[in-house]
Write a protein that binds this ligand. Structure first.
Ligand code: MRU
Length: 410
């Protein structure tokens, strides 16, 4: 299947935000419909939509949802701006680390302040149009990142990637995977090693799926196997995405990225970060200032699984039909395990969480880590490839409207 088949994860339709529920992919492809911005906030918190650039777009679309809600009853400009700030705060309070979420929300707030003399109906429409433009621009950025990054790779390259920095993590196309998709189209990719990325398995569930759909040769490994494939000479480049990049080039990304960067350094392998300039936060001097999100210990204590099944006998079908006739059925289970069964057409969906660690064990679950700039070979942006010293190279690329002004002037 060609690259055009890679999935979209977020879009605007009939006044609603539509999301592919990433918590259940790849075995269940549910579409979530967000009618209001509070619903979108829940989707962000639960990782139904995730990945820094997708969060930037989601933040803007969340405010678009807020200004187009049916129950709208604000007719005063000052009250409008105050209420917009509160909605913006609700959205940015969902997850702290990805710079893009704050960037997306801030761009809408700035637009509203700069146009506060417009009639409110026009201002509300302007906000919706801006959010839709940001959605479209994200793909434009990712395609440029892909082209810039692919130039760094030669024929026969074996790449290792971590987490999911693919189409699902953006409005479309992906950042690290955008580079890989572009290089693949140029015939340069021999293999992609995909880290499974515990605890939430964005690598095995999302990246492995995207690469399969696009027909890119790929091999799934557990996170702890990366060192030995590097030592075996099977990795020519590591390419990852980023959640926030400090002015000095320190990079926050999915937990485990820092270890990969140290390993790449030890084995003389280039370590590339692919990210739009909207991920770069020039207001912080170094990664020490990045807030790292701590997530639910249950992500580490156990595993979640969702999938579809068809019973293999009429008797089993009758039993599942009975259990699910009034809606989703929650199986009574011991030891904290959870399992819900839902009838879907002629088949059934299961959503489970299974305790793996001993109940009561203390758990530490930071979602991200910070890779010091000294381990980062280059940062691939839509405006070009930044190299050390990052304080100079990043600030040169990151002025203007999130990099797009510069990109279009080329
Ligand atoms: O917790 P997640 O799944 O939102 O974390 C995502 C990552 O760490 C990605 O690598 C990063 O956002 C870059 S996505 C293009």
């Amino acid at each position: 299947m060609p690259i055009e088949n890679i999935p979209r994860t977020i879009w605007w339709e009939d006044g609603k935000v539509m999301l592919v529920d990433q918590t259940r992919l790849p075995l269940v492809g549910d579409i979530l419909v967000c009618n209001n911005y509070k619903g979108l906030c829940t989707a962000i918190k639960t990782l139904a939509v995730r990945g820094a650039p997708a969060l930037g777009v989601a933040g803007a679309l969340g405010l678009a949802l807020w200004v187009t809600e049916d129950s709208w009853d604000i007719y005063d400009h000052r009250e409008f701006l105050r209420a917009l700030d509160l909605a913006a705060h609700d959205i940015t309070s969902t997850r702290p680390t990805a710079a893009n979420l704050f960037w997306g929300v801030e761009r809408i707030r700035r637009l509203a302040r700069d146009n506060q003399t417009l009639p409110l109906d026009e201002l509300r429409d302007l906000i919706l149009q801006e959010a839709l433009a940001m959605h479209a621009e994200d793909e434009e950025r990712n395609r440029a990142i892909g082209a810039n990054g692919a130039e760094l790779l030669s024929e026969g390259t074996m790449v290792l990637t971590h987490c999911n920095a693919g189409s699902l993590a953006t409005a479309y196309f992906g950042t690290a995977l955008g580079v890989i998709f572009t290089a693949h189209e140029q015939g340069k990719i021999e293999r992609v090693w995909v880290d499974e990325t515990r605890p939430v398995l964005q690598g095995s569930r999302l990246t492995a799926w995207e690469l399969r759909v696009a027909d890119v040769p790929s091999t799934l490994i557990t996170d702890s196997m990366a060192a030995s494939v590097m030592k075996a000479g099977e990795v020519d480049a590591v390419i990852v995405g980023a959640d926030r990049i400090a002015a000095n080039g320190d990079v926050a990304n999915k937990i485990g990225t820092y270890g990969l960067a140290v390993l790449a350094h030890e084995h003389g392998i280039p370590f590339y970060v692919a990210a739009p300039t909207s991920t770069v936060d020039l207001t912080i001097a170094s990664g020490d200032e990045i807030e790292i999100e701590l997530r639910d210990p249950a992500e580490v204590a156990g595993v979640t699984a969702s999938g579809m099944f068809e019973p293999d006998s009429d008797a089993a079908t009758r039993a599942f039909d009975m259990l699910t006739e009034k809606g989703p059925y929650t199986l009574p289970m011991t030891r904290g395990h959870q399992m819900q069964i839902t009838r879907k057409g002629g088949a059934y969906q299961f959503d489970g969480w299974f305790q793996v660690a001993p109940p009561g064990i203390e758990i530490y679950n930071p979602a991200f880590d910070v890779t010091p700039a000294k381990y980062v070979t280059a940062i691939i942006t839509e405006c070009g490839v930044a190299r050390p010293e990052y304080t100079e190279s990043l600030s040169a690329y990151c002025s203007g409207a999130g990099g797009l002004d510069e990109l279009r002037q080329r």
